[in-house]
Design a protein around this ligand. Structure first.
Ligand SMILES: C[S@@+](CC[C@H](N)C(=O)[O-])C[C@H]1O[C@@H](n2cnc3c(N)ncnc32)[C@H](O)[C@@H]1O
Length: 232
């Protein structure tokens, strides 16, 4: 474990109020009392998995739990080494979770829309490693390969209540919205990382393009996420 992650993990364990000050989370915030989440966060720090910042991790956790009573499955497109998928596993109960990634790095990128990414980034992972990391959680379905082609084996009648997009790229994000939005149940949500990330402009570009075809509102969150709920 690197020194910074170990320091944060120890701080969180021994002096949580100092840790919350470090990450600028005020004590009046009920999130600080969610022991189940902070244990999971400490575990992710220890494992050095998950590219999400603490608030983004919490948003995933709490939103995934808030929609639990809806019908449908969970999904994540852009899994990398399984850190954020682990959050969904802990939140979803016995529901189905579909995970999509090449597990061999980024596909071809569009230099204009995705100037900070290159093919092959995030290749230091593999399917077996992620399967091992999530072993013990029920109903996990891994779809390895280029998305959306890799979604060909998703059952035709599968609907989703919660989708996490973390694909970084313009084309992949647009394909994600086009695939998942029609399969979303009413009040189901798509949450995406990097909508407000200046180094991933293709994500917002994809949302802007997709939203022009619906009249759903988009909710931007702190730090970089956004949420799209299917209201009808
Ligand atoms: C930032 S990483 C995901 C990080 C992960 N959600 C986490 O928080 O730890 C982005 C991932 O998207 C995947 N990706 C992007 N476009 C893809 C596509 N069209 N098909 C499959 N995987 C894709 C890459 O392989 C990479 O692993």
């Amino acid at each position: 474990m690197n020194a910074k992650a170990e320091f944060q993990r120890l701080l969180l364990k021994k002096w949580p109020s100092l840790y919350f000050r470090l990450i600028k989370m005020p004590g009046i915030c009920t999130a600080t009392q969610d022991a189940q989440f902070w244990n999971l966060h400490a575990r992710l720090l220890q494992d050095q998995r998950c590219t999400q910042r603490p608030r983004e991790r919490y948003n995933l956790w709490t939103l995934a739990r808030q929609v639990q009573a809806l019908p449908g499955a969970y999904a994540e497109a852009g899994v990398y080494d399984g850190g954020s998928a682990r959050i969904l596993c802990e939140a979803k109960g016995a529901d189905h979770l579909h995970l999509f990634d090449t597990f061999a790095g980024m596909p071809e990128t569009d230099p204009k829309a995705d100037p900070h990414f290159v093919a092959g980034q995030f290749a230091d992972t593999n399917r077996q490693m992620v399967e091992d990391y999530l072993a013990g959680f029920p109903n996990i379905h891994i779809h390895q390969g280029f998305f959306p082609a890799s979604a060909a084996d998703v059952p035709a009648d599968r609907q989703f209540k919660f989708v996490h997009l973390d694909l970084d790229l313009y084309r992949s994000t647009l394909d994600g919205l086009r695939f998942f939005y029609p399969r979303l149940v009413r009040k189901g949500i798509i949450i995406s990382h990097d909508y407000g990330n200046v180094t991933a402009p293709g994500v917002k570009q994809a949302f802007d393009e997709f939203l022009a075809t619906t009249d759903e509102p988009i909710l931007q969150l702190w730090d970089t996420q956004c949420v799209l709920m299917k209201t009808r």
